[in-house]
Design a protein around this ligand. Structure first.
Ligand SMILES: Cc1cc2nc3c(=O)[nH]c(=O)nc-3n(C[C@H](O)[C@H](O)[C@H](O)COP(=O)(O)OP(=O)(O)OC[C@H]3O[C@@H](n4cnc5c(N)ncnc54)[C@H](O)[C@@H]3O)c2cc1C
Length: 310
């Protein structure tokens, strides 16, 4: 299997690699092929090889919003590990441009330590910059779309720049879920803010108190519903808690006892356990509140060419 200009041995592809360790929930069977790319040219070659051989490919970041099928993925997983960082500073404004493999939480911490504000909300999101842009990650009332100046993307062998307004951001989603485009780089607009570091400390402490940080999880499994119940907007976590599901367990999958929208891999859980637990939660919440919970975590099936919501 080596059609196309690029040969698999020159790419350093790994074969039949268990994927659980590349996700924060520690679940997932093997990838038929896997490569971690640190340069744009490597990414280009990997995609060219996969397409030349009609093999499905998908780019992932830090796997913090991913549930992978127990049978794995019959294609090529490309881990985006492209990291660089450059700053342009003009008086009380700065732009920072980073490779999409950059650790978002560390970037937020570095920026706030230098007195630059804008990314503090991301200090507890264990994402790569690319994954966070794709998911329009957010917290504490802020979303990544509001700090993006531009994003560099790869599509079908060419490179483009998109402004934030062109990325079709919505709640925890963007155009990158519909189109086979790879986020390579993002530039963020930051402003001088002496209180940035204080906010990072405050929000980190809040997370440690309210979320199961030491457990294997993919964060919030469900989006907060738009529907009002008796005139009040409820979070998904509050509905799950009120449905008496905190601590509920199916196989090794458990509703976190700390935060009910987080599902945790408590005891060698499988993807099947997690999916069954999601179905049970949806059933119970609908029975009690007539609200259909929508998934936030992305599921990767064996034969898929993209991820989908659970
Ligand atoms: C403890 C914990 C707390 C969390 N808290 C929050 C929170 O407060 N707010 C929040 O929004 N999320 C939160 N999350 C979820 C998660 O961190 C975010 O969704 C994050 O943006 C995912 O980034 P990632 O790099 O891990 O992406 P992955 O999980 O690797 O991928 C997610 C999706 O993005 C796509 N993708 C990844 N990189 C690229 C790229 N370079 N180009 C194109 N597509 C790409 C993948 O194909 C996949 O569809 C939390 C997760 C955990 C485990």
């Amino acid at each position: 299997m080596s059609k196309g200009k690029v040969k698999p041995f020159s790419l350093n592809l790994q074969i039949d690699v268990p994927l659980a360790r590349f996700t924060t929930i520690k679940i997932g069977g093997p990838a038929r092929y896997l490569i971690s790319v640190t340069h744009e040219s490597q990414l280009n070659d990997a995609i060219e090889w996969a397409e030349g051989n009609r093999i499905n490919w998908i780019v992932i970041g830090r796997g913090s919003n991913l549930l992978i099928h127990d049978e794995g993925f019959l294609g090529l997983i490309i881990i985006n590990a492209i990291e660089y960082e450059s700053w342009t500073i003009e008086e009380d404004r700065a732009k920072v441009t980073v490779g999409a493999g950059t650790n978002l939480a560390s970037l937020a911490a570095r920026a706030s330590k230098k007195g630059w504000g804008g990314l503090e909300f991301a200090c507890g999101i264990p994402a790569s910059v690319g994954g966070a842009v794709c998911m329009n990650a957010g917290a504490h009332g802020f979303e990544i779309q509001s700090v993006i100046d531009q994003v560099k993307i790869y599509e079908s062998g060419s490179y483009h720049f998109l402004k934030s307004a062109e990325c079709q951001f919505t709640y925890r989603s963007s155009r990158f879920h519909q189109r086979h485009q790879v986020i390579l780089e993002a530039t963020f607009n930051l402003i001088k803010d002496p209180k940035a570091l204080m906010r990072v400390k405050e929000w980190r402490e809040y997370r440690l108190k309210t979320q199961p940080w030491k457990e294997a999880t993919s964060g919030c499994f469900f989006r907060n519903p738009e529907t009002l119940i008796e005139g009040i907007k409820w979070s998904a976590g509050a509905l799950i808690e009120q449905a008496d599901l905190k601590g509920c367990q199916i196989g090794g999958a458990q509703v976190s006892t700390k935060h009910a929208s987080f599902l945790v891999n408590a005891q060698k859980a499988t993807a099947k356990d997690i999916l069954e637990l999601c179905a049970r939660i949806r059933y119970e919440v609908f029975k009690k509140y007539k609200v259909e919970l929508q998934g936030e975590v992305r599921f990767l099936d064996q034969h898929a060419s993209s991820t989908r919501t659970i």
